[in-house]
Design a protein around this ligand. Structure first.
Ligand SMILES: [Zn+2]
Length: 272
């Protein structure tokens, strides 16, 4: 789990350009232009709360009926600027495609998730900083839920600072008996850790990691057996394997479940 690059341009300009230059003249455009001042205020409010880690307190403007339908249509349309926005949001800072869902780091990206749900907040249906690449499983588990009584329910991978210290661990009994768990051993801010726990629990991540572990362990075993002949002893082999996964850890983060699983397996004396 790690942060992803946020939309770099001005979100409100995207919204305004979409209405002014992508829509044909007619009732829909007239209706959206009529609401432009109100929408401008909601975008400024969103950005302010986003920058101050305070989205929890945002309130919906309350657009309904025709106003709401027209705002939602903006996202569901296949207009060129929406297709280009989706492409932009699924491209990382190294100009590579984001193929894996950043919310779970398991499945393929299938759509964009509205962090603040579009049914309650139709004003943000095409707000680029409210749209996060997502797989279909995470999207269906999240649905319209986004906050509880005390805290947000899901990590915001644009604005929350994902810790660089380890909070995801694997308790290994054998190579077929192990469990993933979350532990706040490095004193991560308690409010942030609550959101981390909620995110992992609501997306069922610990269970989903476990179910997808066979392939990771199989890859580890292939690497160990193919590299074994090249080293004089287990110590050298183990160092090589550790270095290999440390490189992956630098790329994918200290709490990437595959890295955490392999490190726990290597430290368990199952293989060496
Ligand atoms: Zn996912």
């Amino acid at each position: 789990m790690k942060n992803i690059k946020c939309y770099q341009k001005d979100a409100l300009t995207f919204h305004k350009d979409l209405i002014n230059y992508s829509l044909n003249k007619g009732e829909v455009k007239d209706n959206l232009l009529k609401n432009e001042l109100s929408i401008t205020k909601t975008y400024i409010d969103y950005k302010d709360r986003f920058d101050n880690y305070n989205l929890f307190t945002i309130s919906a403007h309350g657009f309904d009926a025709e106003d709401k339908v027209n705002l939602l249509k903006l996202y569901s349309s296949q207009r060129k600027s929406i297709i280009e926005l989706k492409k932009e949001l699924t491209t990382n800072e190294f100009n590579q495609r984001i193929n894996t869902c950043p919310n779970c780091t398991i499945e393929k990206v299938a759509s964009l998730d509205h962090y603040v749900p579009k049914d309650e907040f139709p004003e943000f249906s095409v707000n680029p900083i409210n749209l996060v690449p997502c797989c279909s499983t995470c999207n269906s588990k999240k649905k319209e839920k986004w906050k509880g009584d005390q805290n947000l329910l899901f990590l915001n991978l644009y604005s929350d600072v994902i810790p660089n210290s380890q909070y995801l661990f694997v308790n290994v009994v054998s190579k077929t008996e192990f469990t993933f768990e979350l532990k706040n051993v490095s004193k991560i801010d308690l409010n942030l850790f609550k959101v981390i726990e909620s995110h992992y629990s609501r997306l069922n991540l610990l269970q989903r990691f476990r179910e997808d572990s066979d392939e990771v362990i199989s890859e580890l075993e292939i690497l160990i057996s193919s590299a074994r002949e090249s080293f004089n002893d287990d110590k050298e082999l183990r160092n090589f394997i550790n270095n290999h996964y440390s490189t992956i850890e630098k790329r994918d983060g200290v709490n990437n479940w595959k890295v955490v699983l392999v490190k726990a397996m290597l430290n368990s004396n199952i293989y060496f």
